[in-house]
Design a protein around this ligand. Sequence first.
Ligand code: BGC
Length: 413
Amino acid sequence: MIKLEFPKGFLWGSATSAHQVEGGNFNDWTEWERKNAERLAKESKNKFTSPDFIRFPEMSKTENYISGKACDHYNRFREDFDIAKQLGHNAHRFSIEWSRIEPEEGKFDEKEIEHYRKVISALREREIEPFVTLWHWTVPTWFRDKGGWLCKDAPKYFERYVKKITTSCSNVDFWITLNEPDDIYAFDAYFAHRFPPQHKSALETWKVLKNLVKAHKNAYKIIHKNNPQAKVGFANNTICFESKGSIAKIIKIFANRFWNFWFLKRTLMFNDFIGCNYYYRNILKGFKYNQNENKAVTDTDTEIHAKGIYYVLRGLKKYNKPIYIMENGLADAKDEKREKFIKEHLFYVHKAIQEGVDVCGYFYWSLLDNFEWDKGFWPRFGLVEVDYGDMERKIRSSAFEYAKICKTNILEI
Ligand code: BGC
């Protein structure tokens, strides 16, 4: 057993996003869910074909794919933050739902703004530092109707919302403008035909990316004008690419450029910190991708590869900015792998810190089981189990193990 101490003032917590936990939303996703739930339920039979994959009965049910009440976190946030406090978290990442704040174009809902002020106060009362995400994929339906992120004026619309919310919640010091804007959102929504609006166009993807870059830069400026102390960044999805063979070695260079560094490089001067989301690696062999060993996998059939976080962090070191792990986690309904997952990833985070990477915080994804986008409710990512019938919360045993680390700042492994 070794004891690894993290730097003084290290932030420990977990993350959520509005649409995945709040319930009662009305946005582009809620409409898309209604139209696509039946299809997703049917298609689930042909997804996840690996022999070891254990199917969940909910996968074939239409209601699994409708976010509906989600975790009712909108009404239960205090209770949920009590749990975070009990678990020793001193920071928490959550997102503000744009469609609540601006349900109609240019009309802001003061009641909803007040709601988020209460959310922020509830965290502060518990001495939990709020990390606030401004956009985690969902948009108001009026924005979608104008063409969403494809629309020429999209950055302007976003700017107006950012101005309103950041002046209304001026006591926040950490802002995350956009969640995984490039390789997940723009790619999945405009190229891979997976997320709404399910387009399939390289040109459109490019336009969306450009708008998102602009939106981030403008948001950065607005936030700093309001609150010069504020720290602003975005959540960058990172993948640990490994290559086998010379062709794959070349492909890896491009893969890294697009998947890990594209957005960051374009917005570098407009980031006070780097938000790093890490979930998995991708082994490239010849022209093939995802040739992973899969010795250990999550419930969503992704390989568990803790050392990948170390390589990713080393790759980010050159940018010389503080780094926060804004998401790292797994779906594990039985809670058999979560403790080991967290500890091993933290082992490698610590190793990176020892080698000079300035990692300042770690947010497990997620505090609660929640609505996992086009997969719906069956993947269980939570430190806390949610019973979607009566909304009862049950703290998983891995959460108590993580709590020991949060409370002592020491990882024993
Ligand atoms: C997203 C989350 C999602 C998680 C797990 C991340 O890419 O930001 O919203 O739930 O992955 O799949």
